[in-house]
Design a protein. Sequence first.
Length: 363
Amino acid sequence: MLSNRTTPIDFTSSLYLGLCHASEALRSWVSFTTGKPAALEESPDARRIAARLARLQGCEQATLATSTLHAFWDLFGIFDRRRVAIYVDGGMYPIARWGVERAAAHAVPVREFAHQDAADLEVRVRRDAALRRTPVVVADGFCTACGSVAPIPDYLATIRARGGQLVIDDTQALGILGQAPGPGTPYGRGGGGTLRWHGVDGADVLSVSSLAKAFGAPVAVLAGSRRDIACFEQHSDTRVHCSPPSTAALRAAEHALAINQRCGDVLRQRLWDLVRLFQVLLRRAGRTATGGFSPMQTIVPCTDRDATREHQRLMQAGIRTILRAPEHGGNARIGVLITARHARHDIERAVAALSGTPHRRGG
């Protein structure tokens, strides 16, 4: 059993930069919400924050939403009015898929291509040439499962020749990835996300991201060209029928952007140092993890039963991890989410528990 003297270490939070936004750290507010939909009246704070997020990502304009589900629901409701065909990455996170399903329900053709396989995408788009539909490619900007950044330039090469559109879910990258990545700084600088990391932009790219991961604020942003953002705001259903982001969420986003500007690169470097330490110590212990440079590292035991048993053993050792369900016929896995709030000792203790060896602090 867990000793009373052992403080549990939590590796289940996706607040990667460790931003928590205590109430006393935020600007105060008079009203939690206006009680009005964004289509009727939008907070000046929302406009200002959206503009900052657009600049951060290298896009012309942006607009805020309560969640990425709201944004994707509206976006694909707009796409179903156009003559498009949608191509979805096979490893796509579920929320964007739920938006795609709305378009599919209105008879928009939907195809799936192999995970981060630009060649497979090209083949499938060519096969559909006779449909005479504009291709819309939907993919995660950064895959935490394999730790790889999507080949955005290759996707754009396929769709630009056909007047297409790229839609990325950049939730896992916003606040983590940025411009000019290097050997010692794989995340790059600035935290502007996948587009900045690749150094690409264009009127044919739309980025949907939640700030609830690295930035720790429960609000979403859609960024792209002025034309596309204006079209989205004009035709959005959720901006009419749903509540906008609360004042508290806007204050948290504002606070996160201020911290990112002041010391975001320092936090990202600390995060990378901890991720790298975890990988090095794990290899020394004879084990490996998937996830590349992602803060979400995944341990794959031999069987589902092994995963459950190991997860329980880690809990008893005071290490809180995530037991992840099997995907695509594979085994259950153990997720270890590393944040900038962790200490070196936390990483050492987690690896010691994973390797089944006792850990001595400072040893």
